[in-house]
Design a protein around this ligand. Structure first.
Ligand code: SD4
Length: 338
């Protein structure tokens, strides 16, 4: 019989081997790309957000600072459904979800946060200054105020007020596919019957460090207290510095049920390209939804540790903004349901 000491020694050696050995079938990723910053974000709102991020990435700044500053641009635009200008829940109150993740598995998240202009910054503060990952509702707001974030007036923007009054006429909860795409909004970038919107952003800086962020007012006219995928680490956003990063947009419930962003990252770990990983995750959602898949939109963006990017959507109409220079380019995403 081996002694307990020998057994422990042997187990530790075995575990050390496990920690370094690749899983069967998993390709070991090449070393991270260095010197080529890249940023990818969802929808055409990402164009302005990418410009904000590039101000940091271009001169050699940190990816984490870039993904925070980038989506803050959209939060401040208040023009549709990210930030305090977004559509309210069905009780008429704007509640915001956001998260952020760096290149060291640190993450922070806030959900159902009210009256704070930059939820992504509250998420970052939580990540950096507390032992916690996620705060919700009144507790998230209390933390934000204690950290010096201003409590904004509890009032709807004029456009959200109009949209809410319109929605109250039927009080039907029916998210509109691709409504995030401002070009198809019936009454322009604001004031239309937008039901949901999100900006998610992934960046790699010149040192090869990956980070991601995500911020939204979620589904407009949602039930009070509803939380989508966007602030949930592993669903709306996931970053693994050794493999890559992924983020989601669209119907959050269907992203949560298959741990969307984490699934995309794991598929990249198994050797898929960012686009192939996004495609497979979308196909999984389509298989789960069956005939109902045609009634929803879900899309992923991904960036691997070599700086390659990709996206895939369930339906036509999803676009993403990609920057490898200071001029962002809008791309139409490939999609599954033809
Ligand atoms: C949510 N995923 O709250 C968000 C909505 C969204 O583009 O992404 N819209 O479910």
């Amino acid at each position: 019989m081996p002694s307990r000491r020998k057994f422990l020694h042997a187990s530790a050696a075995g575990l050390a081997g496990l920690a370094t050995a690749p899983l069967a079938g998993a390709a070991l990723p090449p070393a991270p790309a260095q010197g080529r910053p890249v940023v990818i974000s969802t929808w055409d709102a990402g164009l302005n957000a990418n410009r904000g991020a590039w101000k940091i990435l271009g001169p050699g700044g940190y990816a984490l600072d870039a993904v925070e500053a980038g989506v803050m641009v959209t939060e401040a635009e208040q023009n549709c459904c990210v930030g305090l200008g977004g559509n309210p829940d069905r009780d008429g109150i704007v509640t915001l979800d956001a998260c952020i993740m760096d290149d060291k598995y640190n993450c922070g998240s806030v959900a159902a946060l009210e009256r704070i202009r930059h939820p992504v910054s509250v998420a970052r503060r939580l990540m950096e200054r507390t032992p916690h990952v996620m705060l919700v509702g009144a507790g998230a707001q209390q933390f934000a105020v204690a950290q010096g974030f201003a409590l904004e007036p509890a009032q709807l923007s004029p456009d959200a007020e109009k949209a809410y009054a319109e929605w109250l006429k039927t009080s039907q909860y029916k998210p509109i596919i691709n409504i995030e795409n401002s070009k198809i909004r019936p009454t322009g970038p604001v004031g239309g019957p937008q039901n949901h919107d999100t900006i998610a952003m992934l960046a790699m800086d010149a040192q090869g460090r990956l980070s991601g962020s995500c911020t939204t007012s979620g589904m407009g006219f949602k039930m009070r207290g509803r939380v989508g995928d966007s602030p949930i680490i592993g669903a709306g956003l996931f970053v693994d510095p050794t493999v890559g990063a992924a983020a989601a947009t669209g119907q959050g419930e269907d992203v949560i049920r298959m741990a969307g962003a984490h699934t995309v990252v794991e598929l990249m770990r198994q050797g898929r390209s960012p686009q192939a990983a996004c495609r497979e995750a979308v196909a999984r959602i389509a298989a789960i939804k069956g005939a109902q898949a045609k009634d929803i939109q879900v899309a992923f963006i991904a960036l691997n540790a070599q700086g390659e990017s990709g996206s895939f959507a369930l339906q036509k109409g999803f676009s993403y903004s990609l920057s490898t220079t200071d001029t962002p380019v809008l791309h139409a995403s490939e999609f599954l349901l033809k």
